[in-house]
Design a protein around this ligand. Structure first.
Ligand code: NAI
Length: 270
């Protein structure tokens, strides 16, 4: 059911690669809720993914941008504001990639150039998008910027590798930039810490199925789906959350607050 929560709002949605992507679901919901927005992804992902299909469904266009390149982000904001007919009200950062994780590098054998790349793509790009937006005054008052995180920022998950540091930096940027941007332009910045989700980025983690099932058993509500995550993102883009900023918000069916659950006790007792 749609509530017109984003009626008249304009935004940018990064990271929709295919129909499993969290950003893909956010785009469909944002459309349903009355928003107009631009889709973007890295030029290389545009060749591999299906983003043009999504653009057609959402009656919008795709503007390529590598989120590690400030000049691409500047052009993205400039062209988006022109195409949408005004400044932005929301931005979704749904970007993550670790060459170390992708190539199966153990945490005790990291390639440091790749580590820097993981940080640049998955965390510093968030700062670059915020800093560029502020300098260009691209976002309206009470606009909302959301990034997607994972609980490996707070707790260790063996095969998550250097993405754990990337997520810790991402969440820290949301706090620091949220403080600055709130005071200067009343723009809100938050991260959502999402359950394991079956997407290209998610399933790239070694042992993902075990991760997924463990979290599912450890969460009283079970794992939150990509679609549920999209609903939460929409609420953060809406005026219903206009005083929420600088937070890392867990969206995980209760996983982050669980010590042990009956499901795990049953499994361990067998
Ligand atoms: P996905 O693989 O569909 O999305 C990741 C996106 O990042 C892709 O569209 C990719 O093209 C884009 N990207 C990579 N490098 C880029 C660059 N240089 N510039 C611009 N875009 C670039 O996977 P998913 O799961 O939808 O990931 C979205 C976000 O959600 C990521 O930050 C991920 O870490 C986070 N997340 C995912 C979870 C999961 O289990 N799938 C759990 C918690 C958070």
């Amino acid at each position: 059911m749609a509530y017109n929560l984003l009626k008249g709002k304009r935004g940018i949605i990064t990271g929709a690669l295919d129909e499993n992507s969290i950003a893909w679901k956010v785009a469909l919901k944002a459309k349903e809720e009355g928003a107009s927005f631009i889709l973007t992804n890295a030029p290389v992902a545009l060749r591999m993914g299906k983003i043009n299909e999504l653009a057609e469904t959402c009656n919008t266009e795709v503007i390529p941008a590598d989120a590690t390149k400030v000049e691409d982000i500047e052009a993205l904001y400039e062209k988006s504001i022109e195409a949408l007919g005004g400044k932005l009200d929301f931005v979704l950062h749904s970007i993550g990639m670790s060459p170390n994780v992708r190539k199966g590098r153990d945490y005790g054998n990291l390639h440091y150039d790749w580590f820097l790349k993981s940080l640049d793509i998955s965390a510093l790009s968030f700062h670059k998008m915020l800093q560029t937006a502020e300098k260009m005054d691209a976002i309206n008052e009470y606009g909302s910027v959301v990034g997607l995180s994972y609980i490996a920022a707070q707790r260790t998950f063996d095969t998550y590798g250097d993405m754990a540091q990337a997520k810790a930096v991402l969440e820290s940027i949301a706090r620091s930039y949220g403080a600055r941007y709130g005071a200067s332009k009343k723009v809100r910045v938050n991260t959502i810490s999402q359950s394991p989700t079956q997407t290209t980025a998610g399933t790239g983690i070694d042992g993902f199925d075990a991760f997924y099932e463990y979290a599912n058993q450890m969460s009283p509500l079970g794992n939150a789906s990509a679609e549920d995550c999209a609903n939460y993102v929409i609420s953060l883009f809406s005026d219903l959350t206009r005083m929420v900023t600088m937070q890392n918000l867990f969206h995980d069916g209760g996983f982050s607050a669980s010590g042990i659950t009956d499901g795990i006790i049953d499994k361990m007792s067998k």
